[in-house]
Ligand binder design. Structure first.
Ligand code: SF4
Length: 460
């Protein structure tokens, strides 16, 4: 690992290379919330080196592509976009292109980028974001391309505190509390590309949140691959309770949780911890015990069902959302029917469903009984149809109620006078309001509800 002095020297060198007012950085993000949070750190670091922000890659001298490796499709899309940057580099030789994120931690992708994309200057793994100045300095000073070899997955990189963060929202903030994962679900690449679990000290997390709340942030989301296995000087529940003691008008959320690590103590937080939003996102992945076992998930349907019962006993109104994988190797018609039956029984407010995508290097990619794509697609269609009905049913009783909504931003489709926000339970609401409500809590009367969103009117 490079020393602080090496890093500072590199940063100085880059600052001398950057042309004030002209050199700009563009960060393109694929994937999950963790990647969004990492991009805010990449951007913050680049700005601290003197770069300004670019609105497009054509406008930038530093292009950072923060990639996702969770699905084949996301990787191919990133590679195709990186391919398009060849022309940007040809037009302006000062342009530096770096590939960051999970793909940069896959040895075969790093090799591919090195050989087939000669205009890519470096790769940078998620655990090594702090090395960005050094990589730029190597490119600038020695015209050297640097392709970091990923560490062994069981190496535990130290957590770099103090990396500047450029927040993309003024009223919502991701706060990473831990990195990596120890679970090795058989379909998942994360433990190989993000390494072993490591948690930030609670004091660091709490002071970051106090600062954000003091600056008017209204929603804090504690982030990690497996937040409820957080452990430093306290466990996850201890951390949630301590965040609950922070004064201010804000909501607290967390994601993602693992069912095997949900404790009674965590469930109890939903009736009493101030700020904690009544929403639990708890990946189910399958409703079949046989498939859960093959996925190495360490829980069965009975345990999952019992968590849901206990959560609803604490708070009958809690919003429950989940993830489901369709077409995992060996999934029979019977396994899939069991998943549909469990979705009907539990009645999630929303389910994020994915067709299984084999990831090189994971055990499930080598399972012999891969499900044919047309079977997976048909199962996916049936699951989406069912969940659509369930979500609409869950949203319908909200019509006529007045809910407290955090106004997030203008309507995504650009409809004038329409603002989009989220309820405490995390439901999407579109409502008529002036744009100056963005960033505030407002009361919205719900007039209509469908499976994916609520529509309403600003109420006094
Ligand atoms: S818990 Fe499983 S699915 Fe989640 S990041 Fe870890 S290995 Fe991947």
């Amino acid at each position: 690992m490079e020393t602080r002095t090496v890093r500072q020297d590199a940063a100085e060198l880059v600052r001398r290379w950057v042309i004030p007012g002209e050199s700009r950085v563009y960060v393109l993000t694929f994937g999950c919330q963790q990647n969004e949070a990492d991009s805010e750190r990449l951007l913050g670091l680049a700005l601290s080196l003197g770069y300004g922000r670019a609105d497009s890659p054509e406008d930038a001298e530093l292009i950072l592509v923060n990639t996702c490796a969770i699905r084949e499709h996301a990787e191919l899309k990133a590679l195709s976009i990186i391919g398009g940057f060849k022309h940007v580099k040809e037009k302006n030789p000062r342009v530096i292109i770096g590939v960051c994120g999970c793909m940069a931690a896959e040895p075969h992708r790093v090799e591919d980028l090195k050989r087939r994309y000669p205009y890519v200057s470096f790769t940078l793994e998620p655990a090594k974001i702090a090395c960005l100045p050094t990589l730029i300095a190597e490119t600038v000073q020695r015209k050297k391309r640097t392709f970091l070899l990923p560490d062994a997955p069981d190496a535990v990189p130290k957590i770099d505190e103090g990396i500047p963060v450029e927040r993309l929202s003024r009223h919502k903030a991701w706060v990473s509390i831990m990195y990596g994962c120890n679970n090795f679900c058989t379909y998942c690449i994360v433990p190989y590309v993000r390494g072993r679990e490591r948690s930030r000290a609670s004091g660091e997390v709490l002071s970051e949140i106090e600062g954000l709340v003091g600056n008017g942030v209204r929603e804090i989301t504690l982030l990690g691959q497996n937040v409820n296995s957080y452990r430093s000087d306290c466990d996850f529940t201890g951390l949630v309770r301590r965040v609950g003691e922070i004064e201010g008008d804000f909501r607290l959320r967390f994601m993602t949780s693992h069912p095997k690590d949900v404790s009674d103590d965590l469930i109890a937080c939903f009736s009493g911890v101030p700020h904690l939003a009544p929403h639990f996102h708890l990946p189910l992945q399958s409703g079949s015990d046989a498939i859960l076992k093959r996925m190495n998930r360490h829980y069965g349907v009975a345990r999952y069902r019992s968590i849901v019962e206990r959560l609803r006993a604490r708070d009958p109104e809690i919003t429950l959302t989940s993830d489901v994988i369709v077409g995992f190797p060996g999934e029979t018609d019977g396994d899939f029917e069991a998943t549909l039956a469990l979705l009907r029984e539990i009645g999630f407010d929303q389910v994020y469903s994915f067709i299984y995508s084999p990831r090189r290097g994971t055990p499930a990619a080598d399972y012999p009984d891969q499900v044919p794509p047309d079977v997976s697609r048909e199962r996916m269609r049936r699951l989406l149809d069912l969940q659509c009905e369930i979500s609409a049913e869950k949203n319908r009783p909200l019509v006529g109620q007045t809910l407290r909504v955090l106004a997030d931003g203008p309507s995504p489709d650009g409809t004038p006078g329409v603002v989009t926000g989220r309820t405490a339970g995390g439901k999407l609401v579109h409502f008529n309001a002036p744009e100056n409500v963005v960033g505030q809590f407002v009361n919205v009367r719900i007039d209509r509800a469908d499976a994916f969103a609520l529509r309403g009117t600003l109420s006094e």
